[in-house]
Structure formats: structure tokens, C-alpha cells
Design a protein around this ligand. Sequence first.
Ligand code: ADP
Ligand code: MG
Length: 678
Amino acid sequence: TKWDTKGDLDESKNLPIYQHKATLQQAVKDNSFLVVTGETGSGKTTQLPQYLHQAGFWSNGKIGITQPRRVAAITVAQRVSQEMHCSLGREVGYQVRFDDCTTQDTVVKYMTDGCLLREILADPVLSQYSVVILDEAHERSLNTDILLGLLKQTLSSPDKASKGRSVPLKVVVMSATLETDKLSVFLGGCPVFTIPGRTFPVTSKFSCAIGPKDTESSVYIKEVVKVALDVHTSEMAGDILVFLTGQSEIEKACDMLYEKAESIDYRYDVQDHKVEGLLILPLYGSMPTDQQKQIFQPPPPGIRKCVVATNIAATSLTINGIKYIVDSGFVKQLNHNSRVGMDILEVVPISKSEALQRAGRAGRTSAGKCFRIYSPAFWEKCMPEYTVPEIQRTSLTAVILTLKCLGVHDVIRFPYLDRPEERFILEALKQLYQCDAIDRRGKVTRLGELMVEFPLPPGLTRALLQAASLGCEDLLLPVAAMLSVENIFIRPGHPEKQKEADKKHRQLGVQAGSCNDFTMLLSVFEKCKASDAPSAWCKDNYIHWRALKSAFSVETQLREILLRLQKKRDFPMEKFDGNKSELFRRCLCTGYFTNVARRSVGKVFCTMDGHGSMVHIHPSSTLFDQEAQLDWVIFHDLLVTSRIYIRTVCPIRYDWVKDLLPKLHEVDVYELSSVARE
Ligand code: ADP
Ligand code: MG
């Protein structure tokens, strides 16, 4: 055969999907829309694109597969390139925001759903593709939902669909389970192909550790660690998968496991299965991909693997050999917070369907067990039946702008799989109007057409474009890049070290001259870039070198986008006479005037956006403890705990925002929406 048997392929022949290879190839040929569903691990993500490749689809264009999560896009592309015996970036490649690993040879392309949405902007009929696979549709990510609506619209109008294409586009929608009938109906009654799965029973046990009132992260971290260790010492062989909320919680839990696991005697005989050691592996979105490989490898003999993961391990990535689940019952989720009028990343209880999905991860190869650290009362009182789709709980500003740029003027009657509340659409229109991306009639402005090109939040893009028009983009580009990567600053858990880290960070801010958190980002960026030994510099200053390195690359890419736009269009230019620090902060104000707060009493500030939220400066800020000297500030985001904190803060003068603030109240959203309804 064409393939040499390195074991990989044999393995893939054992996957449930393999039996249906020919049927699936034919089904894609015969239908413009197809829904494919099957248990996690049945081989949908890694195998179907290869089947379509083998069936020759690539000769009419690329086979594109979208993933809601960037790690999944990267990891799966790596795996599939191995299975196809080619190096990553050649026949098989991936593209995620700020990281393009494809070449002209790439015919199987994994990417985030956000990337495909950007491609549609440039090429509405996706003329480069023969097949587009929307994977993980059950996750109901905002971008996948929008893609579903857009592709439905395009393919259902024949003249639109065939324009600029030689052969019609094929769309496959893949989903773990759930709601496939709904998907099929939405897509005009298209066929649903179900891959019969084999799963084994999983017994779930509640505990009484977490009740309806325990949302403190220290409580559930401690508890999952305790339960994981219990499993390790008392259960038969088989790997453990712990579900936690995010990177810092996962790192904390892993630290505790390392510490405690050392004091346990592993020479523990459980029914002939020697379990000697515990191999602890973290898994979260922003971790280095070379570290992720270990997750998939079987542990050494006699060693038990314990993966501590975010929800990414629920469906996006399948880890073989898992027999035990430890479920924290929580997830980190972006939600629109109506109290403060912004999207906020919060830790919330998972839904019951999510809990079942998590438990199911233990039953792939044999019967498994799921240990829930929460009580039946928690299940009843705190956990909703289903997870609310992202489109119904987050800000729609960026996607509404994308839709408008695609010529979808009526954003209210767009075919949504689940309709967002009208007030969310109105809110998005209002924000777009406030940052000059659309006009009073809801039409995209020239500025809006520029803004949509940047994969950044609208306010930040607005500030960046303002800086560019004043010729000072060098100040804003690094800041935008630094705000686009995760966790630049290391804040160690150990109290002494934490103090030292905070001190170092503050020094970096003070050295930057005018002291605020935005100039601090700029200063860290520039200092490290100028350093001869950047990684040592980072270590010394408690900065994540890896994060900073990606900020360098992001900055370059944002600069390229800007240059491209400046070449393509005549770019508005203004003149400004004033000092640099003022110029910098004024540019920020054009984008962040929606996030203005004024000090009311003591350390308390009040936001000016109509919500009038009472907020505090977060302790990580360089301005923390200097509140008395501040009056007006702008901020990048909010953190809601028992208090509302503002983070990445900058003092400003009232007269810089005086003319902008009325915009927050003047706009009549119904005027914008009545146009939307036309
Ligand atoms: P599905 O999309 O149906 O959930 P996948 O195609 O993701 O299934 O997974 C099929 C199989 O391939 C699983 O057994 C999984 O463990 C394996 N697999 C996927 N990615 C990797 C990888 N990077 N390394 C090793 N095995 C992998
Ligand atoms: Mg999959």
C-alpha cells in the first residue's frame, strides 16, 4: 500500500469511524450540507479530513476544518501531519490568530473558527476551499454559530454560492452528540450521519465537599487534589483526568500534587496492578505545544498519568487511557455581566450536560468512574440543564461589525441557530457607533472598514488607529500586542516571592517615567526587546518569556496589517502638538472612553458608562495604593470577585474625554436598530 505501517495507521483503522469511510466520502459528494455526529474519540476530527483528502477533494480546493479552540487546531494538525507522514505546514497545516503554519502546499488546513470568519471577509464564497468542516459545533462558540448562519445564507442562494467558484462548496458540520436534529433542520433538513460508538458505563459519585455556597477557588482546588490523590492510592490502574477552570488554578493544583505526591508511598499493590508513581501533566489553552505532546503518550510502566485540564479535554482533545475523572464542577466562561455592562471571564458552575460529557471521558476503553467533588444539592440548585451558547451570553460587537462588512445589514433577522437577545444586538450596535465604526444609520464607516481588519477588541483597535493617524503607532502597537497575549506577569503563589515580584513590576512601571499600566506594558516590551539576554531579563523581572516572545510576534503582525491598510487606502492623518505621554494617553482615550471612571471617595471609583459601578484598582496595578492622587482614569478590563476591580489603569484628564463622554448617552439605539430592520 501507499502507507507504511508505522503503527499509526493501524491504530486509526481501529477507530469507530473507519468502518464508514466509503459511506462518508460518498455522503459528502452527494450533499452540500452534512451533519456528522459521534462520541468523542470516534475519529471525526483526525480521520474525516483524511478520508476526504483520499477521495480527491483537494484537487478542487483546500479541505478546511475549524475548531473553536486554538490549541485543538494546532494539536490535531500536528497529529494528522504525522498520520499522513508529512511535515507540519506542508500538506497539513494550521492557522490560528497570530500564528499561520501553512504553505502553498497545504490542502488540509486546521484553523480556528475566527480565522475562517476572517477569510470569508476577504472571499465570501471561500473559493480556495472544496470542503469546509465546522467541527465541535456542539460547543456553540460564537464564531462557529455565525459561520453556520453565513454558510447557510450563501449556499441557499444558488447565484451567490456559485459566483467565483468552479464547483459548489461542501459543508460538513460535526458535533459530539446533542442537538443534531436541530442542526439538520437549520441546514434545510440535511442528512445526519451518526457514527455508532462503543462506550462503557461510568459510575458517578457525588461528594459533599462543595455545596451551593462554595465558589472560592482555593476550596475546589484543594478538594480536587485530595480526591485525585485518593484515587491514586486506592483505585486500580488507569489514568486520571481532573477538570479545573484555568491556567493559574491548574498550576496551583499541579504544584500541590507534586508536593503531596512525594510524601506518599507509591509501592501500593492493587490487585496485581502495581501503581508506583504519579505523572502529573497540566493541560490548558496557552501552554507550549511541545509540552502538550506528553498528554497523549502512555505513561511509563507502573506509572499512573494524571492530567489536570481545562474544558479542552471535554471534547476537543481525546486522551486515551483515562479511567477516572475528577470533576471540580466549575468552568471559566466569558459572560456578559449586565451589572457592569461588560464581558467578564468568570468561574461558574458547569451545566448538567457538561458534567455528563466530562464523566463520559472515563468510559472510552473500559468501565470508568467519575468523582464529583460537589454535592447533589449543588447539582440541583446551581447547575443549569444546558450550557448557554456563547452568542447568547457575550458581546457581539466584533461579529456584528464583521457581518455588516460582509453586507449583512439586517443583523437582527440574520439566521441565528439560537437568536441572541435583541438587547445584546442593540448594545453591540451602540458600541460600534460609539467608536465610529458605523454611522447613525447603521452603515459601516471608513474607519469601521479599517477596524474589522484587526483581530483586536474594537476599543483597542480604535485607539491604535487613532495613534496611527497621529503618527505614533509605535507607542500603541506594543501595548495592543501585550494586551493580546496571556499572562505576561508572573505572580508567584509564595507570599515572599509575590512581594518581590510585585516590587520588581512596580519598579519597571516607575522607570517608565509617567506611571501607568499601559506605559508599563510598553516599557516591559521595549526593555526586553533591547536586552542582550531577554530570557534572563524576564526571569529576573518575573515576566513570562514565552508570553513576551509571542507579544513580539503579535506586534510584528499588527504592524503588517497596519502597513497594508496604509498602502491600500489613503489613511487619514492629523497633526498633534504636545508631549509624548499626553499624546499616548489621548490616543487611549479615543478607544477607552467607554471605560472611564472617576474617584468618588477614598479608594473607590465610579464608572461613567451609565452603569455607575463602584470599582477598585486591582492590587496588580502600578497605581494601586496611589488612589488618593488620582481623579479620572481609564481602564482596560474588569475583574469581578466580591468586589469589582479595574485592571490595566491609566490616569487621564477630564478635558480629554469631555467631548467623548456625551456619546455614551446621546445615542438612541432604536435609531440604529430601525435601520437594522429595514
Ligand atoms: P473525535 O473528533 O471523534 O472526538 P479524534 O479524531 O479527535 O476523535 O480522535 C481519534 C483518536 O485519535 C483518539 O483515540 C485520540 O486519542 C487519538 N489522537 C488524537 N490526537 C492525538 C495526538 N495528538 N496524539 C495521539 N493520539 C491522538
Ligand atoms: Mg473532535
